[in-house]
Ligand binder design. Structure first.
Ligand SMILES: C[S@@+](CC[C@H](N)C(=O)[O-])C[C@H]1O[C@@H](n2cnc3c(N)ncnc32)[C@H](O)[C@@H]1O
Length: 266
């Protein structure tokens, strides 16, 4: 298996390997026999890595330690996929997955696939028996999303649709939905038709104005309850022997997470 999220114990040609020198110096590289990997800490011949076990330590040409790690999905999301649109960050994706209660076998609709970052997270949770139905109106984004999912080995768990979800969502009785578009209030009726009774939907919303408009629309629709809104803040703690303290850099704003559940419309 040569997909991004492989179970290989040893480095194979075409594997994507996380070349790790330190917290800042880490890159995902495709292993091609005749290629050379270069960094400010020296170079390594990628052909020399083939056959080594994941977790091995090697030296660069300038004698710096390099570790060969198998990339996790979060490494791909941060370093290894092509992104063009604004993406939902892992800190938010993790909470979204919890709110939706996803597990293997879940069927989920996603509106606003972009280049597939969140699609990959959802597919990785619901596989091997679940499925993601992803809607996107820009063909060029969908093509990148397809490529990203193929790199990760997740494409078979996803159906990508070049379609405006406002014109209707084709699936019925899905277990949950993730909506990341600028005008989510226009999707409340198609979503209501698509979701299983009592199923959750999560909206990713960048601004307060949109929260207010979506909240009012959900209340007025009458088919949603348990409406909530969250912001997830994540602060990394820097670890050194000398001093352990919060990082001075932090992502200050990504977006807000709104949650609601489908009930019978009154
Ligand atoms: C912010 S991006 C989504 C990013 C994605 N959630 C991620 O985490 O990688 C929003 C996407 O929604 C798409 N979009 C906007 N309105 C849509 C609609 N009505 N139906 C389907 N896709 C739509 C846009 O073309 C854009 O690619």
């Amino acid at each position: 298996m040569t997909s991004g999220l492989s179970d290989n114990l040893y480095v194979n040609p075409d594997d994507r390997v996380l070349i790790y020198i330190d917290r800042r110096r880490r890159w995902i590289t495709k292993i091609e026999k005749d290629k050379v990997f270069t960094s400010d800490r020296g170079f390594i011949y990628l052909g020399d890595i083939i056959g080594l076990g994941y977790g091995s330590r090697i030296k660069t040409s300038t004698k710096f330690d390099v570790y060969l790690l198998k990339p996790l999905l979060i490494d791909f999301l941060e370093k290894g996929l092509t992104r063009v649109t604004q993406v939902i960050y892992p800190k938010d994706q993790g909470f979204i997955v919890m709110l939706l209660g996803l597990s293997p076998g879940s069927r989920v609709v996603e509106v606003g696939v972009g280049t597939g970052n969140t699609t990959a997270v959802l597919a990785n949770i619901v596989r091997p028996t679940g499925h993601i139905y992803g809607y996107e109106i820009r063909k060029e984004f969908l093509n990148i999303a397809r490529k990203n999912l193929e790199i990760l080995g997740l494409a078979s768990y996803v159906t990508l649709k070049l379609k405006d979800a406002k014109e209707g969502i084709d699936e019925r009785d899905v277990d949950g939905a993730v909506i990341d578009v600028a005008d989510p209030w226009d999707l409340l009726e198609p979503l209501h038709i698509t979701l299983k009774p009592s199923a959750p939907v999560v909206f990713f919303i960048p601004s307060f104005n949109q929260i207010e408009k979506l909240y009012n629309s959900l209340v007025e629709h009458g088919g949603y309850i348990d409406i909530r809104c969250y912001e997830v803040l994540l602060r990394e703690i820097m670890l050194t022997r000398e001093a352990i303290r919060p990082s001075s850099l932090m992502i200050g704003h990504t977006g807000y997470i709104m949650f609601a559940r489908k009930v019978t419309k009154v």
